[in-house]
Design a protein around this ligand. Structure first.
Ligand code: PNS
Length: 174
C-alpha cells in the first residue's frame, strides 16, 4: 500500500492543486491532503474553512482524505505511516525553494522522500496568492478555482457598507 502526503496551505485550493491531486492518485494508493498552519503566513481562510472547502470539492474519493496538521511535516507524515511527500512544481522558480525544503525534510527524516509532480502548463502561472489578489480586487477567478471556492472568495471580499455615527457610510472589507 503506497501512501503519500500532499501538504500545503491551500489558501485557497486551486485547479493547479487539484491537477496535482489527480496525478498523485495515479501513483499512490492513498493520498492525504495535509492542510497546514503556516505561522509565517496570514491566512485568508481558517484551517477549518480550508479543510471543509477541500473536502467538499474532492468528496469521498477512494484513497483520498483531507487532514489538518501543525508542527513539522515530517512528524505528521511519519505518524500517518506514509513514506512520500508530494509537492507540485510549476516553474523553475519554484525549484530552489522546494529543493531546499526537500533536503531539509530528508535531513530531519532520512527515510522520507519528496516526489515532485509537474502541473499542466496551463496552471504554471497559478498560485493561491494571485487568486486571493485577483478576487480581492474584484477580478474573475472563474477559470482558476472551483465554483465553491469562487463563491467563498466573493463572500470574503464582499464590500459591505457600514453605517458610521454621522449618518454616512464607510466601505469595509470583511
Ligand atoms: O502551500 P505552501 O504554503 O507552499 O506549503 C508549505 C508547507 C506547509 C508544505 C511547509 O511550510 C511545511 O512543510 N510546513 C510545516 C512545517 C515544517 O515542517 N517546516 C520545515 C520544512 S523544511
Amino acid at each position: 500500500m503506497k501512501r503519500a502526503v500532499y501538504p500545503g496551505s491551500f489558501d485557497p485550493i486551486t485547479y493547479g492543486h487539484l491537477d496535482i491531486i489527480d496525478r498523485a492518485l495515479q501513483l499512490f494508493d492513498e493520498l492525504i491532503i495535509a492542510v497546514a498552519v503556516n505561522p509565517n503566513k496570514r491566512a485568508l481562510f481558517s484551517q477549518e474553512e480550508r479543510c471543509r472547502m477541500i473536502t467538499e470539492i474532492v468528496g469521498n474519493r477512494s484513497g483520498l482524505r483531507v487532514e489538518s496538521f501543525s508542527g513539522l511535516l515530517v512528524t505528521f507524515v511519519a505518524a500517518r505511516g506514509a513514506a512520500t511527500i508530494v509537492k507540485g512544481l510549476r516553474a523553475v522558480s519554484d525549484f530552489e525553494f522546494e529543493f531546499q525544503m526537500a533536503l531539509l525534510n530528508r535531513q530531519l527524516a532520512p527515510t522520507l522522500d519528496t516526489v515532485f509532480l509537474m502541473t499542466q502548463d496551463r496552471y504554471a502561472f497559478l498560485s493561491s496568492s494571485s487568486v486571493r489578489e485577483i478576487a480581492s480586487l474584484g477580478g474573475s477567478v472563474h477559470q482558476l478555482v472551483p465554483p465553491s471556492v469562487e463563491e467563498a472568495l466573493r463572500v470574503r471580499f464582499e464590500v459591505t457598507p457600514t453605517p458610521v455615527s454621522n449618518g454616512a457610510h464607510v466601505v469595509e472589507r470583511d
